[in-house]
Design a protein around this ligand. Structure first.
Ligand code: FES
Length: 108
């Protein structure tokens, strides 16, 4: 998989050459109980509000094997991250906004 030049230190490997990002949200039992549906919907709403439906692809995933970190989210081939319904905005800003995909004047 080819990647663009580094944009941010933490997410330098997340944006593929075709300028898309796949975000997997675990919907396994532990993550479901901790709010995976709310996380998936919250991310979907923010992606739509930012007009990024073509470049940020949200996908449900089976158990990622790190149930104690529920709700588990993975960006492309990156590490599993823990996101809760309360930290959706932080995740969106840190990962999606920082990737450079969002318009510079985006206000959410
Ligand atoms: S149920 Fe989500 S990581 Fe196991």
């Amino acid at each position: 998989m080819k990647y663009l030049q580094k944009r941010t230190p933490e997410y330098s490997d997340t944006l593929k050459e075709d300028k898309t990002m796949d975000i997997f949200v675990c919907i396994g039992s532990a993550c479901h109980i901790k709010g995976s549906y709310a996380v998936l919907n919250g991310l979907q709403n923010r992606v739509q509000a930012a007009g990024l439906e073509e470049s940020v692809i949200l996908k449900a995933s089976f158990c990622m094997g790190e149930c104690t970190r529920a709700v588990c989210v993975r960006v492309d081939d990156g590490p599993v991250q823990s996101v809760s319904p309360d930290t959706i905005d932080e995740f969106f800003n840190r990962v999606i906004k920082a990737s450079g995909l969002c318009p510079a004047n985006l206000q959410l």
